[in-house]
Design a protein around this ligand. Structure first.
Ligand SMILES: [Zn+2]
Length: 165
């Protein structure tokens, strides 16, 4: 079957934000139209979801994601507004940075307990790692990150000012 042109011939509603798309500005995907930005965001999320699931499968040594895990991901997203990337970072934080072992029959139920701290501190850590490769970007006394084993940031006025990195 021949590919139809990718733009809408008349005004359409965006499949993501439900706002109107002016004629000729929609991007077609699976019989729906999207604003260009909405489409990119949606594709990005689809990629993030794939990456999250692949990470979980590696982490838990699964050949495919269980229904339970897919349900949990959906619930965390719908109920708590978590992003796929944030969920992945939470698990990386918990297991890779804090070094917690994966429990037998473990799942991803830990995410809501660590999400806020994990995403904040993980992003901070990433920025520090990046900055460490370019030492001129920041001063020596700021090159300290506080991550306590319990995931609670220590109150300390020397904490990194993210905006300055
Ligand atoms: Zn849109």
């Amino acid at each position: 079957m021949e590919e139809k042109p990718q733009t809408n011939k008349k005004e359409a509603k965006c499949g993501r934000c439900s706002e109107k798309i002016p004629k000729g500005e929609g991007i077609k995907h699976s019989s729906r139209y999207y604003h260009e930005d909405c489409y990119k965001e949606w594709r990005g999320q689809a990629d993030d979801r794939t990456q999250l699931i692949e990470f979980i499968m590696t982490l838990l040594d699964l050949k495919k994601p269980t229904g339970m895990i897919l349900m949990q991901i959906k619930r965390f997203q719908d109920e708590f507004g978590y992003t796929y990337k944030g969920m992945e970072l939470s698990l990386r934080y918990f297991h890779e940075i804090l070094g917690n072992e994966v429990q037998e029959n473990g799942g991803i139920g830990i995410i809501p307990y660590i999400y806020e701290d994990a995403t904040r501190q993980y992003v901070q850590q990433m920025k520090i790692n990046e900055a460490a490769q370019n030492e001129d970007n920041y001063k020596n006394e700021e090159r300290v990150v506080y991550i306590s084993p319990k995931g609670q940031p220590k109150k300390n006025n020397k904490l990194i000012d993210i905006d300055r990195l």
